[in-house]
Design a protein around this ligand. Structure first.
Ligand code: KG4
Ligand code: ZN
Length: 418
């Protein structure tokens, strides 16, 4: 029903997200406390630090999402929360908050699977309003307070940087249909569809035949593409965490054909369709390391000025990105064939997860889909990375199927996280 209101809580990795969504798919308000900066210098997300930042941010994130939505907790139909997969220390923070709210206000609790959320948010039937960004936890009290904290309305009026990025992606990837205008005007997912989920934690091809009915056609044998981007970014001397977007930026200044790097799994014999839809990125990352060692050793780097250094690193970044994305494209082309053998009426190819924010990934996968006579659909760029909207919206769908539960027992936390 239209009047249903679901609060979604996400805390599986390094973003604390909360959003309130109405039954018709309208996002009433969304808040995100990103941990960008917290993990810098550590080379990746540190679970303990992430947990502390979630714990410091969770109450404010949820309170603010409810406040800007004009909703009090007792108005809610349910609280949806990511129960996995993710860092267990971090998941725990969101789950505890959700259980506490559900108990206090007699609400239903809906478990959400992180990967289903990434796929389902594609079918959100409306454009969400600008998100309110909170500074990380309480730890950054000294950092300049964004206006959004005091006056979300004011923040809503000025385009945020993510909105600017959305605009840019829109311009570059013109011709890519958005789910809400073409395939799913009412937000009902056009099952069956194939999803390429590409994030920091996961790299898989999933055939979705219905809510909760997903078959994994391929996954990674080692690293995810997000990890490969992040680790390669570090090899290239990029300090920001996550490194993926930084690498993409650097690659824009490079020649992607300057270096040849080995295509992943090209020397493994494919044993039927099953094996051939899997991914591998660790070899590619090692090849980049070797390329840097031979092509850009420290003594050579020392001879280059800043501009030359930037150009050399950009060529390597661009060459890495080309090979990594070609690998995704080739596997996805095969998975389309396989998916059609199971579900001849495949409706489209969804590309979701944090790495779907990469414009090279988008354009290459759009080509693969169109070669197969299918549309490629991506969630709006801003909803590609972890957020509360995807949890609230998936929770709404599950609630419709009667999958809400009452958190009656006091030891429910342990059960829910499992
Ligand atoms: O979905 P997500 O926010 O969190 C996980 O569930 O992992 O994905 C985060 C991953 C990180 O590895 C990040 O580097 C990568 O997505 N990522 C990108 C880009 N934006 C985010 N990788 C390449 N290019 C991008 N533009
Ligand atoms: Zn994610």
């Amino acid at each position: 029903p239209r009047e249903w209101l679901v609060l979604g809580i996400e805390s599986s990795c390094d973003d604390t997200g909360a959003a309130v969504v109405r039954g018709d798919g309208t996002v009433l308000g969304e808040v995100l406390a990103s941990q960008a900066g917290v993990h810098e210098g550590w080379g990746g997300v540190v679970p303990k630090l992430a947990q502390a930042a979630h714990a410091a941010a969770i109450d404010r994130t949820v309170d603010e999402a409810l406040r800007i939505s004009g909703v009090s907790p007792s108005d809610l139909s349910a609280v949806a929360v990511t129960v996995g997969p993710g860092l267990s220390l971090c998941l725990e923070v969101g789950v505890k908050k959700a259980v506490a709210l559900a108990r206090e206000h007699q609400l239903l609790l809906v478990r959400a699977h992180h990967m289903e959320c990434h796929a389902m948010v594609t079918w959100l039937p409306t454009q969400p309003p600008p998100r309110v960004d909170l500074p990380v936890g309480g730890a950054t009290a000294a950092a300049p307070k964004p206006a959004a904290c005091e006056a979300p309305q004011a923040a809503a009026a000025t385009p945020s940087s993510s909105a600017a990025l959305d605009q840019k992606a829109l311009a570059i990837s013109q011709g890519i249909p958005t789910a809400s205008t073409t395939l799913s005007p009412d937000g009902v997912p056009p099952f069956p569809f194939l999803t390429l989920l590409v994030s920091g934690g996961h790299n898989m091809l999933v055939l979705s035949s219905g809510l909760g009915r997903h078959s994994i056609l391929g996954s990674t044998l080692d690293d995810s593409i997000g990890e490969a981007f992040d680790k390669t970014a570090r090899l290239l001397g990029l300090q920001k965490v996550p490194g993926g977007p930084e690498l993409e930026k650097l690659a824009r200044d490079g020649d992607e054909h300057r270096h040849s790097l080995p295509a992943p799994l090209s020397r493994t014999r494919d044993e039927g369709l099953r094996a051939s839809c899997d991914f591998s990125f660790s070899g590619l990352k090692s090849a980049v390391r070797m390329l840097i060692d031979t092509h850009l050793p420290a003594e050579k780097l020392a001879e280059l000025n800043e501009e030359q250094k930037h150009a050399e690193l950009a060529h390597i970044a661009a060459s890495f990105q080309r090979v990594a994305v070609e690998h995704l494209a080739m596997r996805t082309a095969r998975a389309i064939e396989w998916a059609r053998a199971i579900e001849p009426d495949l409706s489209c190819v969804v590309v979701a997860g944090g790495v779907a924010a990469n414009l090279r990934v988008r354009s290459e996968l759009a080509r693969v889909a169109s070669d197969a006579g299918l549309a490629m659909v991506c969630p709006p760029l801003r909803l590609c990375t972890d957020n509360g909207v995807m949890v609230a919206w998936t929770g709404m769908q599950r609630l419709r199927l009667g999958l809400g539960e009452r958190p009656l027992r006091l030891d429910a936390e342990a059960d829910v996280v499992a």
